[in-house]
Design a protein around this ligand. Structure first.
Ligand code: AMP
Ligand code: TRP
Length: 337
């Protein structure tokens, strides 16, 4: 049997995970994990690009790992670990930062969006160099595929460019990874419920627009019922505005229905009915996940043990790639290393 492809992806433990993380990332990871060798990382170093409360960061790091497992990430296919437990990430990130032209980083729309409106004095340099750290994450594991939401496409292009640049200048060292975006159809770009022109995010428009995976059922229903639609009242899938289209996409992603089946289900129905159906399937999907998360976070010691075991698997893989990169660059081998 040919070797299964290596998959790497990660989510930042900043804020609580939301429906965009689930539909754009975690669900596709779970659906495909048996076909590949997977590394699913809680990227805590990335979360430091914006100031964090230390106690909250620790709590949200464990919580995010618990969410991965509760959603169905299976230890027999997938290694779950914390980025900062494998020092090679930070080290390769430096080597790659030195290889990254400023112009490439200046073009990153996520940086432009996040830094926009903030004074340069208040934006940490990490927010700017962050794509080099993300490239290090991916390249350390000789990753073939990176399943992410649509918003990460540009960062993945930069990762590919960096891998090629390194290989070209210093000899073949890194595998050039492929993005895996939206192969599940719906869900690769979930929009905010209160503003369907911007993507759902932890730091985005506000509480009301962001469905958290750990929101209690009444909050889930409340947020969906208050979702922005348009001046119409009946669903017309062919002409739906952004808000109605987003609700249909969410329903489709959660049920696995085709666009045709979704059209058949909602054509000519009232917006209220669409919203209740979305709320129903959301609650049905998330309640069992929430119950498993609650069990897992009740035992932080066990979470820490599992994460330590994951890091023990990741560390030697990452160290081997880092060593090759160090040699290629002419860094002397460390004594005894
Ligand atoms: P982040 O929360 O920025 O760490 O994102 C982690 C993963 O979730 C990445 O694969 C993102 O592409 C994905 N993601 C974040 N927001 C959304 C969204 N609104 N729709 C779809 N995927 C998303
Ligand atoms: N940058 C990603 C985000 O904000 C998170 C991330 C960090 C990531 N390292 C990664 C995703 C490596 C995939 C692969 O969504």
């Amino acid at each position: 049997m040919p070797d299964r492809p290596i998959v790497f992806s990660g989510i930042q433990p900043s804020g609580s995970p939301h429906l965009g993380n689930y539909l754009g990332a975690i669900r596709p990871w779970v659906a495909e994990q048996a076909r590949s060798r997977n590394y699913f990382c809680v990227v805590d170093l990335h979360a430091l690009t914006v100031a964090r409360d230390p106690a909250l960061l620790a709590e949200q790091t464990r919580e995010l790992a618990a969410v991965y497992w509760a959603c169905g990430i299976d230890p027999s296919h997938s290694t779950v670990f914390v980025q900062s437990h494998v020092p090679a990430h930070a080290e390769l990130a430096w080597l790659l930062t030195c290889l990254t032209p400023m112009g490439w980083l200046e073009r990153m729309t996520q940086f432009k969006e996040k830094a926009q409106g903030q004074q340069a004095e208040r934006v940490g340099a990490g927010l700017f160099t962050y794509p080099a750290l993300m490239a290090a994450d991916i390249l350390l594991y000789r990753t073939a595929q990176v399943p992410v939401g649509e918003d990460q496409r540009q960062h993945l292009e930069l990762t590919r460019d960096l891998a090629q640049r390194f290989n070209h200048h210093y000899g073949d060292t890194f595998v050039v990874p492929e993005p895996r975006i939206g192969q599940m159809g719906a869900g690769s770009r979930v929009m905010a419920l209160d503003d369907p022109t911007s993507k759902m995010s932890k730091t985005g428009t506000g509480e009301a627009g962001c469905v958290l995976l750990l929101d209690p059922p009444d909050a889930l229903r409340h947020k969906v019922l208050r979702a922005q639609t348009d001046s119409g009242r009946m669903v017309d899938p062919a002409r739906a505005g952004a808000g109605v289209a987003n609700l249909i996409e969410i329903w489709r992603a959660l049920t696995g229905a085709t666009p045709k089946a979704a059209a058949a289900a909602f054509e000519g129905r009232g917006y209220g009915e669409l919203k209740h159906q979305v709320a129903d399937v959301l609650i049905e999907t998330l309640l069992p996940i929430q119950a498993r998360v609650a069990e897992l976070v009740a035992d932080p010691g066990e979470i820490d043990r599992r994460l330590a075991a994951g890091a023990d698997i990741a560390r030697p893989e990452a160290a081997a790639t880092l060593d090759r990169a160090r040699q290629r660059l002419g860094l002397l081998p460390a004594r005894g290393g």
